[in-house]
Design a protein around this ligand. Structure first.
Ligand code: ADP
Ligand code: ZN
Length: 733
């Protein structure tokens, strides 16, 4: 399809996709004078509302008679969406089976992002005497003029507020010509990174890797390259070279990070290398910044943007490179709404754009490893840390032999190692991937456990907040005085450790040490995160007690000991990727120990030292771990060696959920090479008050599961209270 619609033909209708949970696009009448084209952002009527949507092409829905069509109101004054973005929307919808309207919503950000800027007001008339004769100069109007004469032009509502008058006063002044509204161009807030600045002198293997990536950027053709390098080997420095190449070639670069809100350190490094900070994109941006960034990306004044997964749908005008840092991270998989994997869709976008993409990690995902092995992706390898830095030595502590004292969680060998580290004047990190005080609170008398009323989940005590919190739905409650089951008073006790409880133990064991809690409850934003990193670097902290938010990225030169309090934590639960994720997370955490001149040590407390994960971590033997995972997945026909999709059916009550799930199961096709499992209770059986049942579709690699699902589910009609969600290649199921 060409970008411009055929204007010479009788051209009177366009097909417009709206950001609603709908797959269909609607036809609208279009004034040919608007010269609408594919990708234009338009405002249209929908019922009583006005909505912003995207023109997909000429209308073709002959079911609606021309005289019943409503007309496009206007074309918005924003750049047209590039064809690649519309293709990506179509691709993502087809892959995930999400309605196209839900996907396009990500591409146009939010409709409110397109509100036109409010006109500013300038003081046009001459000296006051000139118009006192024509218009009355009330005290309110006098205040407005005095505010205007004091400073720069203001938006109308700000002007009214500053002058302490109502909006009608300003309007009246505009009407009589005392002041004039005026739209001024926003100054471009995005500075251009300087690609000519020098980076560090690269080592031989860093140089070779950078050269490979630079050549891909210069070739300006689709390619996927895995950047496979141990923690601290300089992967970031290497892909900075690729970004520099893209900038030199006059193209834009997009970098995805799994936790952009906590990436102050990355931004700083970028600024060191390129002289300015890059543009950023994540869900917490203020609407104004969001609007400006979206536009600047489309117009090309943003040259490098770093963002969370949704940045993938931004309308880059001349993209030349995509980098996915920590490509193995499950944060790239969106679970709610459009269930897409940003890494996979990034590869699709790179193919649509015809540009290179780099997948970066110290612990590449099994999917990427397999693609490299099959020759579909290229790879560069970084095997050493620069200078004299070495990888930490990893040892297991068998908790069956070295049990912590009752009511404590640190084994004697770990306590001793922490003490020695403190004595040396170095820093230790205790890693426990559990927020709050205790994962479970139970009644001492009857054993009753405090559960979320809306979810199948324990309530987690957060002692710093003085609340019990559900980590699934956010419900927060006071600890009850009386057990709801046996009515015993003050009988609740904490069971198991969270980071807050670990902090109590640290306080008792190392009373002179300065410790710092680091979890998503304490590092609540970029500022807090930056402050944390600064204080650790300044050695104002001796012991870090942290969850996964401190597992990756940070370089702390004085941190020489990492103690993993419960290495088995992620292994429970039978998730397909449990071992892989545990390996990746613990390997990442281990990478925090020992940089620069001071060698690091890692101690993993485990009840299962014989498992392949623990053995591989201790031996630093990634290959043998990958092989054991590959063997298992192959034998089970699981991804990436087979295809998997989940169907979750939910309803406000259990009976309705069961009935709907049975109905969907009865309609299941019988096909060779396709196995359908369930219905069974979903792993989180109740979530936010909805009862959930699940079916799994397992198929061979060659099977087009999307087609199977479409054929199966299309004819199914559900009651309105029942929801059905498809998750192709699910991560938590
Ligand atoms: P990774 O991304 O692989 O974990 P980084 O790029 O963060 O590694 O590098 C780890 C540390 O080593 C950083 O502080 C970085 O500035 C430094 N570094 C990397 N390469 C070099 C080099 N060639 N010369 C000097 N310092 C380097
Ligand atoms: Zn809940």
């Amino acid at each position: 399809m060409t970008d411009l619609l055929p204007l010479d033909e009788p051209f009177d209708r366009v097909s417009v996709l709206l950001p609603l949970p709908l797959d269909v696009a609607y036809d609208y009448k279009a004034d040919p004078a608007l010269e609408l084209a594919r990708g234009d952002v338009v405002e249209v009527p929908l019922g009583q509302r006005r909505m912003v949507g995207v023109v997909l092409g000429p209308g073709g829905d002959d079911a609606v008679a021309p005289e019943r069509l409503r007309a496009v109101f206007r074309r918005l004054d924003v750049p047209r969406l590039p064809r690649t973005v519309i293709d990506l929307v179509e691709w993502t919808a087809a892959w995930t089976l999400a309605p196209r309207g839900n996907v396009v919503r990500m591409a146009i950000s939010t409709p409110s992002a397109f509100e036109p800027p409010a006109p500013v007001v300038v003081h046009t008339a001459g000296p006051q005497e000139d118009w006192t004769g024509q218009a009355r100069l009330t005290p309110a109007r006098r205040r407005v003029l005095s505010v205007l004469s004091d400073g720069p032009a203001l938006e109308q509502k700000d002007l009214a507020r500053e002058a302490g008058v109502g909006p009608s006063v300003i309007k009246g002044m505009i009407d009589c010509g005392m002041v004039a509204p005026h739209t001024v161009a926003q100054p471009a807030p995005f500075e251009t990174p300087d690609a000519t600045r020098d980076g560090p002198t690269l080592s031989g293997e860093q140089q070779a890797a950078a050269e490979t990536l630079r050549a891909k950027v210069d070739a300006h053709a689709f390619s996927v390259t895995a950047v496979d390098g141990i923690t601290g080997s300089g992967k970031t420095e290497v892909y900075f070279e690729a970004i520099a190449a893209a900038l030199t070639a006059g193209r834009q670069a997009l970098v995805l990070l799994p936790e952009i809100a906590l990436s102050a350190e990355w931004l700083e490094r970028f600024a060191d290398r390129f002289g300015v900070e890059p543009a950023v994109w994540h869900s917490d941006l203020k609407p104004k910044v969001r609007r400006e960034t979206w536009r600047a990306v489309a117009e090309g004044s943003v040259r490098v943007l770093v963002g969370a997964r949704s940045a993938l749908f931004l309308p880059f005008a001349e993209l030349g490179l995509i980098v996915i840092d920590e490509e193995h991270e499950s944060a790239y998989k969106q679970e709610d709404g459009v269930a897409y994997h940003a890494r996979d869709m990034a590869v699709v976008r790179a193919r649509l754009e015809g540009i290179p993409i780099a997948l970066v990690s110290a612990t590449l995902s099994l999917e990427t490893v397999e693609n490299v092995r099959q020759g579909r992706y290229g790879a560069v390898h970084l095997t050493a840390r620069p200078g004299s830095a070495t990888l930490p030595e990893v040892a297991l502590i068998d908790l069956r032999k070295h049990a912590p004292e009752r009511g404590t969680f640190l084994s004697p060998p770990l306590v001793e190692a922490v003490q020695r580290t403190l004595d040396e004047g170095e820093q230790a990190m205790l890693f426990l991937n559990r927020r709050g005080y205790a994962p479970l609170t139970l009644c001492r008398t009857c054993g009753h456990r405090l559960e979320c009323p809306n979810c199948t989940a324990w309530l987690v005590e957060h002692r710093l907040l003085g609340r019990l919190v559900c980590h699934h739905c956010g419900l927060s409650a006071r600890l009850p005085k009386q057990c709801p089951s046996c009515e015993a008073e003050d009988s609740f006790v904490a069971s198991g450790p969270g980071v807050e409880r670990l902090a109590e133990e640290v306080l008792v064991r190392f009373p002179d040490a300065r410790f710092q809690l680091a979890s998503s409850d304490t590092l609540t934003g970029p500022d807090k995160a930056a402050d944390f990193v600064r204080s650790v670097r300044a050695r104002e902290v001796d012991i870090i007690i942290g969850t996964q938010v401190v597992a990756k990225g940070h370089n702390f030169p004085w941190l020489t000991l990492v103690g993993v309090v419960d290495a088995d934590l992620g292994l429970a639960g039978g998730d397909l990727r449990a071992s892989e994720r545990t390996y990746q997370l613990l390997h990442q955490v281990s990478g925090r120990a020992g940089r620069a001149e001071r060698p690091g040590r890692v101690l993993l407390q485990t009840h299962a030292p014989e498992t392949p994960v623990m053995q591989a971590l201790a031996a630093g033997d990634r290959e043998s771990f990958l092989q054991s995972e590959i063997d298992q997945r192959k034998a089970a026909g699981m991804p990436p060696y087979g295809r998997l999709a989940g169907i979750v059916i939910s309803a406000p009550d259990a009976d309705r959920a069961d009935a709907a799930a049975r109905m969907v199961a009865r309609a299941a096709p019988r096909l060779n090479g396709v196995t359908i499992l369930g219905p069974a209770p979903a792993p989180i059986t109740m979530l936010r008050g909805r009862h959930r049942r699940r079916l799994l579709v397992k198929a061979g690699r060659q099977v087009n599961v999307q087609q199977v699902l479409r054929d199966w589910l299309a004819p199914i009609k559900l009651e309105t209270s029942v929801r059905l969600q498809v998750d192709v290649d699910p991560y938590s199921f």
